[in-house]
Design a protein around this ligand. Structure first.
Ligand code: SF4
Length: 346
């Protein structure tokens, strides 16, 4: 591969066929914006944000269920991240909290163990959303809860997995020439799953870290691989071919693959993880949460699958800004609309 300086020049001067590259990780979306990468590319290289922001892809039925639980006298909902600000059908968890519901922000799921132990009169429900990266944390939380025989700690799960949604995007969105494979997810799953996906879909994948230089090398590699199958791992310090076997084992002990509903995509077979039957006493009612009612006019459904750029939504920067977010993609710091807005990305 060329040195970085040559790669920067090549990307700026690229004059071949248009190339459409999708990143499917919210942290990559944020890193691409923070590093000003779109401005370093030829207009013939299009970067498209995919469905990798966990808060953005969570359907309203999940938020509505969390709000309902938080309104109960004997229940407290625990959440971290931006989920608290995403609207359900009527209100967000933050709105519910302002109305007196029991909602608490935590910095780590493991904090919920202490809370549940110290307050047996209340049931603590953790809002367990995320991808392969976060699921091992919830599995470890369950490991601890089982060990301590905690009866008042439960999870409301809306856990997603990457391969099936990538298949969905390729089949239904179309026009993607290469994927920046999600680095954090690959650290758990291993890069091997992206090699298999590449063979199956006929599209190249490059596993990347989050630094600007590595992202540029990744984009350059994907352009060189356009029209071919293949997987390259440029994040070998963190990602192995097999992934984190211990994390995979603890996840498989507590969870099993299931169908899952995604904002803008509906139910995708095998694209989620739910608690195994034997651990159902830890489930706060996660099954059947499929409905999704997006705020009027919000185009998140199209933005999430790369059919629309955030700034093409009529509400972008007008009725919808980070301070007054109308849709989920503007709430989360990993959301496409948020990142396009704060960086002025085009
Ligand atoms: S700009 Fe706001 S309303 Fe438009 S798609 Fe994004 S989040 Fe939804």
């Amino acid at each position: 591969m060329r040195n970085l300086e040559e790669i920067i020049t090549a990307l700026k001067e690229y004059d071949g066929e248009e190339v459409r590259i999708m990143e499917v990780c919210g942290t990559h979306t944020a890193a691409i914006s923070e590093n000003g990468i779109p401005d370093m590319l030829s207009p013939k290289i299009k970067l498209i944000s995919g469905p990798g922001c966990p808060v953005c892809v969570t359907v309203t039925a999940v938020i509505d269920k969390l709000v309902e639980l938080a309104m109960r006298e004997d229940t407290c909902v625990l959440t971290f991240g931006d989920l608290i600000r995403v609207k359900g059908t009527i209100k967000s968890l933050a709105d519910a909290k302002a109305d007196g519901a029991h909602v608490r922000m935590v910095y780590s799921p493991m904090e919920s163990i202490k809370l549940a132990e110290e307050d047996p009169a209340h049931t603590y429900v953790f809002a367990a959303i995320g991808f392969e990266t976060t699921t091992p944390v919830y599995a470890m939380l369950l490991e601890e809860a089982v060990k301590k025989d905690l009866k008042n700690l439960k999870l409301l799960t809306s856990l997603k997995t990457m391969p099936e949604v990538i298949r969905w995007v390729v089949t239904n969105g179309g026009g993607i020439d290469g994927f920046i494979a999600p680095g954090h997810v690959a650290a758990v799953t291993g890069s091997g799953i992206f090699e298999e996906l590449s063979k199956e879909l006929g599209i190249p994948f490059v596993v990347s870290g989050f630094e600007g230089a590595q992202l540029l090398m990744t984009i350059y590699a994907l352009i060189s691989m356009k029209g071919k199958t293949g997987m390259k791992n440029l994040y070998k310090d963190v990602v192995s071919y097999e992934g984190n076997i211990k994390a995979q084992e603890v996840v498989n002990k507590y969870f099993e693959p299931s169908d899952s509903s995604w904002r803008g995509m509906g139910k995708i077979p095998g694209s989620g993880m739910t608690l195994r039957k034997e651990f159902s006493p830890f489930d706060a009612g996660s099954i059947g949460l499929d409905e999704d009612h997006m705020p009027p006019g919000c185009q998140c459904a199209n933005v999430l699958v790369g059919k629309l750029r955030p700034y093409e939504c009529p509400l972008f920067g007008k009725a919808c800004t980070p301070d007054n977010a109308h849709g989920a993609c503007m709430v989360s710091t990993e959301g496409s609309c948020y990142n396009y807005f704060v960086s002025g990305r085009k």
